[in-house]
Design a protein around this ligand. Sequence first.
Ligand SMILES: [Zn+2]
Length: 120
Amino acid sequence: MQPFDFKKVIEWLGQFLKCPVCGQKYNLDQTRIIDSRQSEAFGEATILIHSDCNKCKSSVMFNIEVKGPEVFSVGMVTDLTRHDSSRFKNRGPISVDEVINIHQSIKAFKGSLIKALSKK
Ligand SMILES: [Zn+2]
């Protein structure tokens, strides 16, 4: 089986993908592939894409599975930017200890949290 041409798949999907918030058709310039995997032996592929809506400015991540002639798509509204989605895609989930640590840090924090978080 030939490898998938993910760019073509995205172009094809661009005909169908609409913003789940406002219904606007996605502009392909605002759509990026974050991750892709394929199993040539079984004719299967999984693509994770991130799209920004030109109209309502919301961001959505789509997980698209191609299994032979069938295409499954699940969209999820996200506050992750395109840059964030690339950055976090290989990170594991947050642990209970991390949540407790941040809770305790915020509880003990004195001053402006917004100012502290704005520092780069
Ligand atoms: Zn929209």
